[in-house]
Design a protein around this ligand. Structure first.
Ligand SMILES: *Cc1c(COP(=O)(O)O)cnc(C)c1O
Length: 429
């Protein structure tokens, strides 16, 4: 099985030890399932290993992977911080009681209203993306009579060899200010000259779905060298160094398994050695895992509606969801592992394309999937959907969003209820 919280019993797929077919019957489909124990386990891998292998460190959960109040409660209980990229995420975190001093506010296009809202919430840190934002944050902090803690986002100039559209550490990026061009040095200098901000450190995010810690070594090397340059030229030493997100997860059997605990131990050692070599005090190290906290804690269940064979071409299986609840195949051709939850003992000898219900030919969940031959009413399960599914979902074709049901051992409960038709019309005047 693709992940240790997935299994089979009596010919049926289990998730977090529970019968998925029974959960589909109880809650209806399409259905997002989340495994609370797995979320906590993933949080602890980061928290415990960063506490152990770094002098000072804090993992921040990257909200954009999945934001809802119950998740913020769980992440806060596990002692992580969080980063938010919009006032909406900040609102959810705040209303879930997330400790604001552990919240980092990201974004490359924060509006005046965003800045004021975040200051009003008492957000711990702004991750300032650019000089325009820096001036605005300083001005509003001055008006409020506060010293706003900030990190400055810089780009280390690394192509993480992951998918182009999710590579953001390169010089040519809409995020942050490049080190290579000398602009980052000016950015830091500008920030240090301001009265109402407290520059706590730097942030860099190279990319997602990272399988090799060499990406973090390279990022850390460039950042530490830059910190040494800042110490020498500006006499300033960073308190914090944020290395961004996040280790990769297994979507299919072909993906490698990352031992995150071991990888973190090597990154911790690498940073200690780097600081010693460069004569730097070790900064507090932050990392921002999103996907690797929630992806494998999620599964989506659908009901098969039809099977269509086109001789000489291919076969399609249509389900009662699709790109509205999971746009990742349509966007990135992302790979997923798919099962027929009620036919786990049957041979997987029917190769098909799993298509969604939207009026859009690109609305697919996966192509070339080997399944037992499906029939109307079968339960189709897509694994590893905890990250970037609900958070990227839409109401295209006026399709209501599925609920999120948390499974916690013997207990299960609705964290986000199913959207209704009334919800779809709720904002119309
Ligand atoms: C997307 C993102 C993350 C999280 O990446 P994952 O692959 O989900 O771990 C962290 N930090 C920043 C700045 C991001 O943009």
């Amino acid at each position: 099985m693709i992940c240790s919280n997935i299994g089979q019993a009596g010919g049926r797929l289990t998730f977090a030890g529970r019968d998925t077919v029974a959960l589909a019957e109880q809650y209806g489909t399409p259905l997002y399932l989340m495994d609370e124990q797995r979320i906590r386990h993933n949080c602890r891998i980061y928290k415990e290993n960063m506490d152990r292998h770094f002098t000072r460190a804090l993992p921040l959960y990257a909200s954009k992977a999945l934001a809802c109040r119950r998740l913020y409660e769980i992440v806060a209980e596990e002692g992580l911080g969080t980063d938010v990229v919009s006032p909406g995420e900040l609102y959810l975190a705040k209303s879930a009681g997330f400790p604001m001093e552990r919240v980092f506010f990201h974004g490359n296009a924060k509006t005046d209203a965003d800045i004021l809202f975040a200051m009003g919430c008492g957000v711990g840190y702004f991750v300032v993306d650019n000089p325009d934002e820096l001036s605005a944050v300083d001005r509003y902090a001055g008006e409020r009579g506060i010293h706003q803690k900030i990190l400055l986002r810089v780009t280390p100039g690394i192509d993480p060899h992951t998918f182009e559209a999710v590579s953001t550490g390169k010089v040519d990026s809409k995020f942050g200010i490049p080190i290579e061009t000398g602009q980052a040095l000016e950015f830091v200098q500008q920030a240090l000259g301001l009265e109402h901000v407290q520059v706590m450190g730097l942030h860099a995010h190279v990319g997602s779905q990272v399988f090799a810690s060499t990406v973090f070594y390279d990022t850390a090397d460039i950042m530490l060298r830059f910190l040494a340059e800042l110490k020498e030229k500006l006499g300033w030493e960073a308190e914090m160094l944020n290395l961004g997100g996040g280790y990769g997860v297994r979507y299919t059997e072909q993906d490698p398994t990352v031992d995150i605990g071991y990888e973190l131990s090597t990154v911790g050692r690498h940073i200690k050695e780097g600081c010693a070599r460069l004569g730097l005090a070790e900064p507090m190290v932050l990392m921002e895992p999103g996907r690797s906290i929630v992806a494998d804690a999620g599964m989506t269940l659908y009901t098969v509606q039809s099977t269509k064979r086109i001789p000489g071409y291919r076969s399609y299986v249509a389900i009662d969801g699709g790109m509205t609840d999971n746009p990742r195949y349509a966007l990135y051709r992302s790979a997923y592992t798919v099962y027929l939850a009620n036919k786990m003992d049957a041979p997987r000898d029917f190769v098909c394309t799993v298509g969604g219900r939207c009026c859009e030919s690109g609305d697919m969940i996966q192509e070339n999937v080997p399944l037992p031959e499906p029939e109307r009413g079968d339960i189709l399960a897509v694994c590893t959907t905890g990250a970037y599914n609900y958070s990227m979902s839409s109401n295209y074709n006026s399709i209501p969003r599925p609920p999120i049901v948390m499974v916690d051992g013997e207990r299960d409960y609705v964290a986000v209820r199913r959207e209704t038709f009334e919800d779809l019309a709720a904002r119309e005047v």
